[in-house]
Design a protein around this ligand. Sequence first.
Ligand code: ZN
Ligand code: ZN
Length: 795
Amino acid sequence: MPKKPKKTTEEKVIEDYFPLDEEDAEHATEKQVKETIPDFKQIVEKEYKKPERSSLERVEKIPKIKIKKSKATRKVKYSPKKIKLKKGGYELIVTEKPQAASKIASALGNPKRKDSKGISYYELERKGKKIIVACAVGHLFTLKQNIPGSEIPIFEISWIPNYLARKKDFTKKYYDTLLKLAKDSGSITIATDYDIEGEVIGLNVVRFICGQKDAKRMKFSTLTTQELNKAYDEKSPHIDWGQAIAGETRHYLDWFYGINLSRALMNAIKTTGRFKIMSIGRVQGPALNLIVQKEKDIQKFKPEPYWQVFITVDDERPRGRSIASTELRAESGAGKNKLELKYNQDIFDKSKLEKFENIVGKTAIAETKKTEQVLPPNPPFNLTTLQTEAYKFYGLTPSRTLQIAQSLYLGGLISYPRTSSQKLPESIGYKEILKKLAKEYNVEKLITKKKPVEGKKLDSAHPSIYPTGNKQILAGDDEKIYNLITKRFLSLFCDSAIIDNKKVSAVLDELIFSARGASVRKKAWMEIYPTKLKEIEIPDLKGEVKITNSKTEQKETQPPKRYSPASIISQLEKKNLGTKATRSSILETLYNRNYVKGKSIEATPLGISLITTLEKYSPIIINEKLTRNFENEMEAIQKLKKNFEEKEKKVIDKAKQTIISIAKDFGKNEKKIGEELLKATNELRQQQKIENTLMRCPVCKKGDLGIMYSRKTKRHFIACDAYPDCTNTYSLPPRGVIKKTNKVCEECGFPMLMRLLRGRRPWVFCFNPKCKTNEEWAKKREKKEEKENTLSDLE
Ligand SMILES: [Zn+2]
Ligand SMILES: [Zn+2]
């Protein structure tokens, strides 16, 4: 089920699955800095547990594994307490996160911080009225099936509190605090994030904890004092029902798909006598299909040789004939007017290369064409473009960027990041923000426009991402993302840049050669916003030129490029699959399930086989169009003014029909599907084993040493795969990602490993404890690791 990605740990998990290459390690060499907006993280994020490391799932024979009866199969009873609002009671404002509660309380008055079971809430007075601001902590409720059992299809589900759904649930304290505060309140105002997830969080608090049918709603895009006051004064008398029902429908659909399809897959595998956790979701299927199709294109691809011909020409004319060339010569002497040009076609028929024999020494006719290109600033950031640019400039994964943006938003520094808008309405007060930031960034001279450049995309709930003008000292990735957002915002108010393009061509009979140059005449917004424009200077050539050299290069056509984490997310957006809030977590699930791997996203044998099998036996699961239709219908619900429930029922019924027909597909071919998936799983394991194998075990000389992970100690270590016959193991540094390198230790011949850790230089080491290189280091390293562990606890 897609959830908002909100955890630092999640992002660490995804890093574990990106086999970072040495060249990528530059991203890991930044100076380590303490995060500067950690208060929210420190309080809350520790409690968000990172997902299971599914890479370590083993395919076991059934008798070996005890399948515990999960809570999913036990009946859970939940009937919310009935409470009545008190006449004359205080106003209870409910926020989505702890940090938002503190921001809203301070914006509306002079709050006193109170405490219930360790959960903070705030009491304040505004115009003689008592207000209490308290928080949820994301979702407090989850969907659960009503009757135990694992048959499919199953559709009987309802909302129950998280604490009844899982053991040791940390949200119970928040549930209890809200319940306690609701009992004495006179009215309820929802102030969760203004989007579909936020509305569902609010709706569930209103109906299940507060026992109400409706509540007031504060709507805002930034956590600034000014906007929060406005949002409070102009609050809506109702929650946003379109948004709430659209969100609820999404939850139902995702549950139906997620649970039923995953069970179908697992049941299919069970028919082979094995057990493996597998899943596929409503958006996951089509998303994985995109990656697999690309992989198939790459596999099908046959490189073709082709040739490119280059000539070097020299301007033979005497000096002083053209002003431009005179200047050039005057500057750096003769030879400056030498230029390499490329034949303007790639040649696939080798025999055609004959035409280029004996052309050296001949005279060609040159011409220079100049054009001016006006480049306006890029439109304001929405989530996808921010994620794409952050990946391009800093190599940050989309989920990491979202997480940073979320914390900048909670710090009141930027507007709500989960937006698809490219608009910047005047009502946000950009004039003031611009004045302040232009001064701070010392770019006042470049600001020439009163109105910003805007893009086409709209979002009914929020404007594009912009800085609020509030200040806080930032460092590390937070600072980078904040600066990128601010610079993008400032650039919107600048002139267009002007690029001088130049094309020099040289014609010899029917052969045309050309070279292109570009220089920036006016940088304008490019002086503020980072751009990757390459300037190429070439001389002006006109008239007769002598060909002084020629060369032929043989090349090969290249296979299609794999998706990067950023490009797959923009592709999903283009195809309207998933939502801005869920796309990065969908991608993460594909990594976690071992369907894809690598930074340049490659489908694994398991991912490819899953899609191939589904294509054969139940193509509806990966049907992009169906998924997109559901997205459109949910968007339609969001815009409705009435009859929400009717439409909700219609969409849900359609989803049920789809799932029933998928279940039928599986019923018919369960055994075949199971066998194909099992084969793929074994292939994947084989591949992973090869990738993880380091060397023959020096102790037993029969097994191979590989990197393993212990769930018990939560550490990686090296062990011999002849276990239990051989118990040889080696320990590894406790933190970071351990990678194989292609280096061998000069002292002992063991393969060298590399440890990557954010904020550190990659560390290449020999894992042989008896190696000379380790004798003096052993003690030092121990101390160092201890220190690092202490540091990591603080992170
Ligand atoms: Zn061994
Ligand atoms: Zn060594």
